[in-house]
Design a protein around this ligand. Structure first.
Ligand code: PLP
Length: 482
């Protein structure tokens, strides 16, 4: 890496990205290309000789940008947001720029120590119980992963090994994982990965009456039935802000059930965890003190560019028992004397990125006040959109809004005689909005209803974008219902 070339070329790339953000509203939000479009444009073989950066950037503009779905567009309302911010980007640049691999403390002491400090800062912002903090003095602590999926795999492995060490490896076929029918599929996938038989995953139904939150009595009943049949309840996952509709599971009641049956209790706040920094949302996390582990993704709603997932544990020692390896090649005095955290033992891979740099920059550049303002402004826009939906009698808000996600649909009686037709009409409405290229939203099926999800959260979205998208939705609906 030649510092002069690096400086010149990285300036060109930064200018290119700045132009991309400046022009972003010109592009169709959801890519309109057909499958296989890129192989028709790119050469079959790699270049033999080096190409100039300007030529490559030209090709990115011509060939790659048309195949991007623009997640940072102000009119992107699909899935959940993947926030980008100047600080998140700069932090990512520093992380990539240093390119250190802090698998253990000695491999880059600052990377490890900054991560532990930032995890405590985050926990303090979210008012997590002190038992999850390094500084809490009760053995707790946190780690940065790339995704919730990794965090869940690791905590499940720790829970599994705790039980297997006690009762023997043969009981693996008896272990059962509990979640709701709204829990992210990452939990089901993770339990398969760690060797739980797929038929031992219990997806407990939720209903409109509880706002699609998990009912603690249903979980208790399911565990009792399983125990009576010789199974061993292992792990319960509760979610604050489910993916499809933003539902909240009652942590306190579920935590009590988890205690009753001695199961590992994990709280998934991938999306809505960020809101815990605002006092008005913190009550959704009441009961988190009963959790064994909690995770949330700053790369969703905390202005932190991909990727970044915070995982806290009441007892990281249980995680380390399950995941640690101590090859001679990595031996060093600090590790041998047990003076330090070696994060390689808190995750799946050995290598790891300096993600703490990114999160630290975000927290310092925006401050707690700025981050709270960011959450509140998105929620304010969602409230505004919800009001617009409620004012048009052809539409309904299907699930109570809690955060910055609004789930709505055209009422079946307009444009349809039964629910099945309501489903078709709403699907056509969504397809038409997305094909227009002017906005991108996605859907969920809840109780057989086709629901359109309007997830607010890109940093460029302002009131004018929300208003224009609502007008687009209304106009298309009018055309469909004529
Ligand atoms: N949990 C919830 C509630 C989510 O909404 C998501 C993603 O949208 C995930 C977990 C998966 O997160 P990741 O992609 O970081 O594994």
């Amino acid at each position: 890496l030649d510092p002069d070339v690096f400086s010149k070329e990285s300036h060109a790339v930064v200018d290119f990205i700045a132009d991309y953000y400046r022009d972003i509203e010109q592009y169709p939000v959801r890519s309109q290309v057909e499958p296989g479009y890129l192989s028709k444009r790119l050469p079959e073989s790699p270049p033999i000789f080096s190409e100039p950066i300007d030529t490559i950037l030209g090709d990115i503009k011509k060939d790659i940008i048309p195949g991007l779905t623009h997640w940072q567009s102000p009119n992107f309302y699909a899935y959940f947001q993947a926030n980008a911010s100047t600080a998140g980007f700069l932090g990512e640049m520093l992380c990539t720029g240093f390119n250190v691999v802090g698998f253990n403390w000695i491999a880059s002491p600052a990377a490890t120590e900054l991560e532990s400090i930032v995890m405590d800062w985050m926990a303090k912002m979210m008012k997590l119980p002190s038992k999850f903090l390094f500084s809490g003095g009760q053995g707790g602590g946190g780690v940065l992963h790339g995704s919730t999926c990794e965090a869940v795999v690791c905590t499940l492995a720790a829970a599994r090994d705790k039980i297997l060490n006690k009762f023997g490896f043969d009981c693996i076929t008896k272990l059962v994982v509990y979640a709701s029918d709204q829990t992210h599929f990452t939990v089901q996938k993770a339990s398969k990965i760690i060797g739980i038989p797929p038929c031992n995953f219990r997806s407990i139904p939720t209903s409109a009456s509880s706002g699609y939150g998990l009912d603690a009595d249903d979980v208790r009943q399911a565990m009792k039935v399983d125990i009576a049949q010789g199974f061993m309840p292992l792990y319960l996952c509760a979610t604050v802000g489910t993916t499809a509709v933003g539902a909240v599971d009652p942590l306190l009641e579920l935590g009590q059930v988890a205690r009753e049956f001695g199961v590992w209790f994990h709280v998934d706040g991938a999306y809505a965890g960020s809101s815990a920094i605002c006092p008005e949302f913190r009550s959704y996390f009441d009961g988190v003190e009963l959790a064994d582990s909690i995770s949330m993704n700053p790369h969703k709603w905390f202005l932190t560019n991909m990727d970044c997932c915070c995982l806290w544990l009441r007892s990281p020692a249980e995680l380390v028992d399950s995941l640690s390896t101590n090859p001679e090649i990595l031996r060093n005095k600090a590790t041998d004397e047990k003076e330090v955290v070696d994060y390689k033992d808190w995750q799946i891979a050995l290598s790891r990125r300096f993600r703490a740099m990114k999160l630290w920059l975000v927290i310092r550049r925006y401050g707690v006040a700025g981050l709270m303002e960011h959450i509140r402004s998105d929620v304010g826009l969602a409230k505004h959109f919800e009001k617009l939906v409620r004012m048009d009698t052809r539409f309904e808000v299907v699930v109570p809004r809690r955060f910055s996600l609004v789930c709505f649909r055209l009422k079946p009686r307009f444009g349809a005689t039964n629910d099945d037709d309501g489903l078709k009409t709403n699907r056509r409405l969504l397809d038409a909005v997305n094909s227009s290229g002017r906005a991108f939203m996605t859907h969920a099926l809840i109780d057989g209803k086709f629901v359109i999800r309007f997830a607010i959260g890109t940093t460029l979205t302002e009131m004018c974008h929300v208003d224009a998208t609502w007008k687009l939705i209304q106009d298309i609906a009018t055309g469909l219902l004529l």
